[in-house]
Design a protein around this ligand. Structure first.
Ligand code: DMJ
Length: 631
């Protein structure tokens, strides 16, 4: 007797197509001759062998019996006359084949929650519950926006910001009713017609007067929040052959006219400067401009105006806005850098960088963001060659990876540190919440707004793109853990990370059950939360690009914490003083970007991915979407 085949060969036999097409008789006899059962039988008694045959016979009877009902109903359902006998035999054959087929590979075991998301992710099972659940969550965000707006409307209409605890308004941004303009396009996207109507009629009746009368404003803040808000409202209300999301409100040209009036005044920051680097402040009523008391501008501020100015030129037909804005980037291109990284201050008097402090947090952040976004905005137009922006971006991201990225101990969270005394100095393991814009920017830069799946299918990703995408995913996790490590589930303004060179005890976030409680340090002075958007912004972009449902789930956890700890009953949401304490003391301020950005990104994260597609719109740094124009 030949020896039984080694397992690998047996596998080949079992996979053989011929085996699957044999008659029932052959299946039984061959199975008896080749299976383990045969080996058993050779060594067992005749009695045991007969017993096995009986069991086998019984199994045959059961299968025959159950198949009858099946084949009839199948046949009826299909409306096809079937030969019952023939079908029975065939069905039995199929069942036997199933018996001897290799066990199917089972999907990984998932928790009930994960199951829902897994089905949604693959898109194969059209689980209505999943989308229903996200729709319900999206509705919660919409309700939150309505609650925020109602507080602002009741207590602070026309002021820049709401102090929700005091129930007062405050002008922290120059008095242009910044919340109204920042919130308007979010209301349009959410389809909140009443809010659109209230906000737009305030803009129509008051904003131009304010612009003519008000004094000093910051060039950057006014551009990203007010000008950006007006430009998006223009497009979303039908201007520039745009969408007509807003059923109510003025004609789009109203927004354009106000935007031009405002931008004409803001231009004085460029034209008064002795270099191409604009001054930081403008006095609106007389269109004059001056530098900050120290004579310096922030690098991120002078390089985060171009999306808005370019779009305004495109829709107004007047190139002067774009010309002034793009001169800044062309000038920055010529300045010396460290592996693409730049100091956070620049002098409008000399046009040179000032100091050596390098970071991607405050004053540095959106320099890197706009390099890639302005390139995305302009690359398909015929207005010039903007490849240099992409080159600057790629060089900078290589610099980030080489000089700023580190891992924490003990659990290896990837973070972006700072070089406070320049490239030759030490790396501080400090990361502002502001840096959490970076994962979204990296992912956008990698796929140019397409899904990863599509970009891979079309062979569009380089190794560098994939590397950047991986870093984006790692950093998004870190940003999320900055939330989940605290007692409130809300991130501090600044986090430090334990590394092999840096340790400080007794400064954790308070959530002792977090896996990362020993990795993240939160100093007393940094424990506030300003309702900032950067992490949910990156969750939104990462979700759109990777389609991984975990980003939605993380966003939902963050939203629930905002609801639990920042909501003010009488209306509005409040910044917090300390996210490590429960209940957290409130700071009594609702920043305009909570309505302009945070709630907008959450709403889009939970909604249909075809709304505001990332390869057709570029979001300014204040989350105002601007359409990408092609030549
Ligand atoms: C916003 O005004 C913008 O997102 C800006 O780029 C950074 N700061 C705030 C939000 O945190």
């Amino acid at each position: 007797m030949s020896k039984s085949l080694p397992y690998s060969m047996k596998d080949v036999h079992y996979d053989n197509a011929k085996f699957r097409h044999r008659s029932l008789f052959k299946v039984i006899t061959q199975t008896l001759l080749t299976s383990n059962m045969r080996r058993e039988c050779v060594s067992c008694s005749t009695g045991k062998f007969l017993g096995l045959l009986m069991i086998f016979g019984l199994a045959c009877l059961m299968l025959t019996h159950t198949n009858k009902a099946h084949s009839v109903s199948d046949g009826l359902a299909k409306g096809i006359a079937t030969n019952e006998e023939h079908k029975e035999v065939t069905d039995i054959g199929i069942r036997f084949k199933k018996l001897f087929r290799r066990a199917p590979r089972l999907p990984p075991r998932l928790s009930p929650d994960e199951k829902i998301f897994h089905h949604n992710f693959t898109g194969k099972l059209n689980e209505p519950n999943v989308e229903e659940q996200w729709k319900a969550r999206q509705q919660n965000v919409k309700d939150a926006f309505t609650h925020a707006w109602s507080g602002y409307k009741k207590f602070a209409m026309g002021y820049d910001e709401l102090m929700p605890v005091s129930r007062l308004g405050v002008d922290g941004l120059g008095g242009l009713g910044a919340t109204v303009v920042d919130a308007l396009d979010t209301a349009m996207i959410m389809g909140l017609d009443d809010v659109v109507s209230e906000a737009s009629s305030w803009i129509e009746s008051h904003l131009l007067d304010r612009i003519r009368q008000k004094g000093q404003v910051n060039l950057f803040e006014t551009t990203i929040r007010v000008l950006g808000g007006l430009l998006s409202a223009y497009h979303l209300s039908g201007g520039d052959q745009g969408m007509t999301l807003a059923q109510k409100g003025p004609k789009p040209t109203i927004y354009l006219d106000i935007a031009k009036n405002l931008a004409d005044r803001l231009l004085s920051a460029f034209t008064s400067s002795p270099t191409t680097i604009p001054f930081s402040d403008v006095v609106l009523r007389d269109s004059s401009a001056h530098s900050a008391p120290d004579g310096l501008s922030s690098t991120s501020e002078v390089s985060t105006l171009q999306l808005e100015f370019n779009y305004l030129s495109a829709i107004s037909g007047d190139p002067k806005y774009s010309t002034e804005g793009m001169k800044v980037l062309a000038h920055l291109k010529t300045l010396p850098k460290t592996e693409g990284l730049v100091p956070i201050y620049i002098s409008p008097h000399s046009g040179e960088f000032s100091g050596e402090n390098i970071r991607l947090g405050s004053r540095g952040d959106s320099y890197y963001e706009y390099l890639i976004k302005v390139w995305l905005q302009l690359r398909d137009t015929q207005d010039g060659n903007f490849t240099y922006l992409h080159d600057m971006y790629e060089e900078a991201m290589r610099g980030v990876k080489h000089m700023l990225v580190q891992k924490s101990t003990p659990s290896e969270l990837v973070f972006v540190g700072e070089l406070p005394v320049g490239p030759k100095g030490y790396l501080s393991p400090k990361m502002d919440h502001l840096v959490c814009f970076l994962p979204g920017t990296l992912a956008l830069g990698a796929t140019k707004g397409l899904t990863k799946e599509k970009a891979m299918k079309d062979n569009l990703l380089t190794f560098e793109d994939l590397d950047n995408l991986k870093l984006a995913e790692d950093l998004t996790k870190t940003c999320f853990e900055m939330y989940s490590v605290t007692s409130t589930g809300l991130a501090p303004e600044i986090a430090y990370f334990h590394t092999k060179d840096y340790f400080e005890s007794g400064l954790d976030g308070g959530n002792k059950s977090s896996e990362y409680v020993n990795d993240i340090i939160i100093k007393h002075a940094d424990r506030h939360n300003l309702l900032r958007p950067e992490t949910v912004e990156s969750l939104f972009v990462l979700y759109r690009i990777t389609q991984d449902p975990k980003y939605r789930e993380w966003g939902w956890q963050i939203f629930e914490s905002f609801e639990k700890y920042t909501k003010v009953e009488s209306g509005g949401y409040s910044s917090l003083d300390d996210v490590t304490t429960v209940p957290p003391p409130k700071r009594d301020k609702m920043e305009t970007f909570f309505l302009g950005e945070t709630l907008k990104y959450l709403y889009l994260l939970f909604g249909d991915s075809s709304v505001m597609p990332l390869d057709k719109f570029v979001f300014n740094t204040e989350a105002h979407p601007l359409p990408i124009k092609s030549s």
